[in-house]
Design a protein around this ligand. Structure first.
Ligand SMILES: [Zn+2]
Ligand SMILES: [Zn+2]
Length: 364
């Protein structure tokens, strides 16, 4: 089992000046082995082992007031013989970017566990002291011999398991591993931007779906093949919309007061499902051009992909007049929209390129 010690800045609720002392030096028994010294006020400091999960990841929690997701996990080395440089490292919240010392990111559960260990230990010490005080008296004439034994009713230890997070990422800049809810904006270790990493992972999944559709179709039939391709079209637009929404939000937070940024984010609604809407918002609020470096032919082709997705989502994939007008298609209303794996692969590439370029231009 992996164990590593991390100092906990946990003030002892019972000062060393307390009248209840164990041989005049400490209220602690089992916790003594974790004591590393005393702080400025003379209260003991401890370095208590925290356990990583089965993947070697340790929970961290951001305390910044504006942070919403807060919880993430970072990898810790398994070599317990060395002092971890993490103890004094600066950690970056992958969601809000808040940076602080490693010790300021302990989770509520971790603190509760350490607190319960301390309370339990103090209670045990007090019980031992009382039992010493109630030692049997010697038989003396005229006195009654009494003895008493105090049994400790120790409070339970707080147990917890680290939360499950689906998204595990290796930072391309520092090669460290961490896990987050959904996507991260920064690497917790080096603070480098990571939106592009998640974007590449998402577009790669779309490529795999599109590439595998034919093989799976041969085994399970045309309907399954078409369903897979249809899902891949939807994924292209969902990826574009989802990532653009986060890029937009991150860029707003960098340049505007929080209330103004929040108000603008709330007004986005479905604008990023449409290329024209996305272009307009980015130009108006961030002063950047979405289609910088993209020629008209590619822009029109991406527009066709977006139209196909709209028809797949809202009209069972059947051509309607709106589709005919926008795509200038020869298919008649009611016919199936043509799906093409090559088109999906192309769309995944251009979406990735456009958004990665945007991330770079916005300095995220
Ligand atoms: Zn945060
Ligand atoms: Zn990194």
């Amino acid at each position: 089992m992996f164990r590593r010690e991390y100092p906990i800045r946990q003030s002892n609720p019972l000062s060393r000046r307390s009248t209840l002392k164990d041989d005049g030096s400490s209220m602690f028994r089992d916790m003594k082995k974790y004591q590393t010294g005393v702080n400025e006020e003379g209260n003991p400091r401890f370095a208590v082992p925290l356990e990583a999960d089965e993947d070697g990841l340790l929970g961290r929690e951001c305390s910044h007031a504006d942070c919403t997701l807060r919880y993430f996990k970072i990898s810790v080395e398994e070599d317990e013989s060395r002092d971890s440089p993490l103890n004094d490292a600066t950690i970056h919240c992958p969601y809000c970017g808040h940076a602080d010392g490693f010790q300021e990111f302990h989770t509520e559960d971790q603190m509760k566990k350490v607190h319960s260990m301390m309370v339990r230990d103090v209670e045990q010490t007090m019980t031992d002291m009382l039992n010493k005080a109630f030692r049997p008296l010697n038989n003396q004439r005229g006195l009654i011999r009494i003895s008493a034994k105090v049994t400790a009713n120790l409070p339970p230890l707080h147990h917890y398991v680290e939360k499950k997070l689906k998204q595990t990422t290796t930072c391309p800049q520092c090669s460290q591993l961490y896990a987050v809810y959904g996507i991260s904006y920064q690497c917790p270790f080096c603070g480098g931007g990571t939106i592009a990493v998640h974007l590449r992972d998402s577009t790669q999944t779309i490529r795999v779906l599109a590439a595998e559709a034919e093989q799976i179709g041969q085994k399970h039939g045309a309907a399954v093949h078409d369903k897979m391709l249809g899902n891949a079209y939807e994924d292209v637009v969902t990826t574009f919309e989802g990532f653009l929404r986060r890029i937009y939000a991150a860029a707003l937070r960098k340049t505007r007061p929080p209330t103004e940024a929040e108000a603008l984010e709330a007004k986005v609604r479905n604008s990023f499902q449409r290329l024209d809407g996305a272009e307009e918002l980015l130009r108006r609020d961030l002063c950047v051009e979405l289609f910088d470096g993209v020629d008209q032919k590619d822009r029109d082709r991406l527009g066709v992909v977006f139209c196909k997705r709209h028809t797949l989502t809202h009209n069972l994939g059947l051509v309607d007049q709106k589709y005919r007008d926008q795509v200038k298609a020869w298919e008649k209303p009611g016919q199936e929209v043509p799906l093409d794996a090559t088109e999906i692969l192309w769309a995944a590439d251009i979406v990735e390129r456009m958004l990665c370029d945007l991330v770079t231009r916005l300095g995220l």
